[in-house]
Design a protein around this ligand. Structure first.
Ligand code: TRP
Length: 333
């Protein structure tokens, strides 16, 4: 069993709420970085099922299936279960204990100022009925990160305010009780907020996503209906790639052709239909391994369960040790 690995630069902890099959935004926002960094760092990845309850406590029916679907896509992206343990947050009860301890170290006022939680409250119209647990979302996240003494947290832009609170809590704990926790750094990707096909933030609830495991015909249909520069109506009209969603996707997934596409769009030589066809082809090729991986695991679901169980064992070992450190420095128990 692997514990702190001396050949690595440090430890990563990152996770996602189980939302089922993943989309491109999830990939470019965080997952891609997890894969890139897994050789350099010791990676731990958690399925944040308790975090789902903060906004969805009435309906928990899909959590188990969504967990499996999400983990299949993590593996499809290249997360190697041998190298990088993946596990379910609610299986490691120590997170809940550390969350409770941390909840004393942060003021309500500080939590109310968190822009990501604020945005969520507004989007879901929860102004008058935000729960105690929901406000504490970043406190639970701090427990997730710090219980593994992580040094680096690769996440999307929206998660930055949470990691900032994690850093404050770690400093405060260390000052009060003694050095237990490293102060973790955030790591963002270049395409941290990939737009959806309608130009807004890519999000399941907005119906503007492309799944990593969409079928080719589905990908093509979505790309063909994506918005482009509204001033470019027909072939020959000059376009503005910098405001075009289709070009944003080219610049991420079609790096060899992107300069040529930008120039031909601007001159008017390249029409939107042709430009979209070229993009669809690229995306379909790019996503082939995700579709194959999913087809395999749908026939071998036991392997996913086993991966999560192995991950859980490795995670628990570290979480229990950290809690011993916490108990000792705080003279608890
Ligand atoms: N809040 C993250 C999200 O919405 C999920 C998450 C929970 C997380 N705990 C974490 C991310 C710890 C990074 C580190 O996707």
């Amino acid at each position: 069993m692997k514990v702190a690995d001396k050949n690595k630069k440090g430890r990563i902890l990152s996770g996602m709420r189980p939302t089922g099959r993943l989309h491109f935004g999830n990939y470019t926002g965080a997952l891609e970085n997890w894969v890139k960094l897994q050789k350099e760092y010791e990676n731990f990845h958690l399925v944040a099922d308790w975090h789902v309850l903060t906004t969805n406590y009435e309906n928990t029916r899909n959590i188990a299936n969504d967990t499996i679907d999400m983990v299949i896509d993590w593996i499809g992206a290249g997360i190697d279960p041998e190298e990088s343990p993946m596990f379910i947050q609610s299986k490691i009860k120590e997170h809940a204990e550390l969350h409770l301890i941390f909840s004393m170290l942060v003021t309500l006022n500080r939590l109310e100022r968190n822009p990501t939680v604020k945005e969520q409250i507004k989007e879901l119209h929860l102004e008058e009925k935000v729960s105690y647990g929901h406000l504490g979302y970043p406190v639970l996240q701090a427990a997730d990160i710090l219980i593994y003494k992580a040094n680096l947290v690769p996440v999307g832009e929206d998660q930055k305010p949470h990691v900032e609170i994690t850093r404050e809590i770690a400093r405060r704990f260390n000052n009060l009780h003694g050095e237990v926790f490293p102060i973790p750094e955030v790591k963002l990707t270049e395409f941290s907020r990939l737009p959806g096909t309608d130009g807004k933030r890519m999000s399941k609830s907005l119906g503007n996503i492309i799944l990593l495991t969409d079928e080719p015909a589905e990908i093509e249909r979505k790309i063909m209906s994506a918005i482009t520069d509204p001033q470019k109506i027909k072939l020959g009209d000059p376009g503005r790639p910098e405001i075009c969603v289709v070009y944003t996707y080219h610049s991420k997934f079609n790096t060899e052709e992107r300069d040529e596409i930008a120039a031909d769009c601007r001159s008017g030589a390249l029409g939107c239909v042709e430009c979209k066809k070229r993009l669809s082809k690229k995306l379909i090729d790019f996503m082939e391994p995700f579709r194959e991986n999913r087809a395999y695991f749908l026939e071998h679901l036991d392997e996913i369960k086993d991966i999560l169980l192995q991950g859980e064992k490795r995670a628990r070992e570290i979480a229990v040790k950290t809690m011993n450190d916490v108990h000792k420095t705080m003279n608890l128990g």
